[in-house]
Design a protein around this ligand. Structure first.
Ligand SMILES: [Zn+2]
Length: 55
């Protein structure tokens, strides 16, 4: 299941397989389905990954 999290007053969705965060639940679900099946990352999906700006 995609995990819903709150960060900087925004709702984000996290793929539980790889830990990437998305602003869009749909992409998080696609990512998780892909990760689970292929055990690798999909470049098309990863374009939508939310970048952490403050580190
Ligand atoms: Zn993933």
């Amino acid at each position: 299941m995609v995990k819903k999290i709150e960060q900087e007053n925004k709702e984000l969705y996290q793929c539980e397989e790889c830990g990437y965060k998305y602003e869009d639940e749909e992409w998080a679900e696609k990512c998780e389905a892909w990760c689970r099946e292929h055990k690798s990352c999909n470049l098309e999906i990863n374009k939508h990954v939310l970048q952490d700006r403050h580190q």
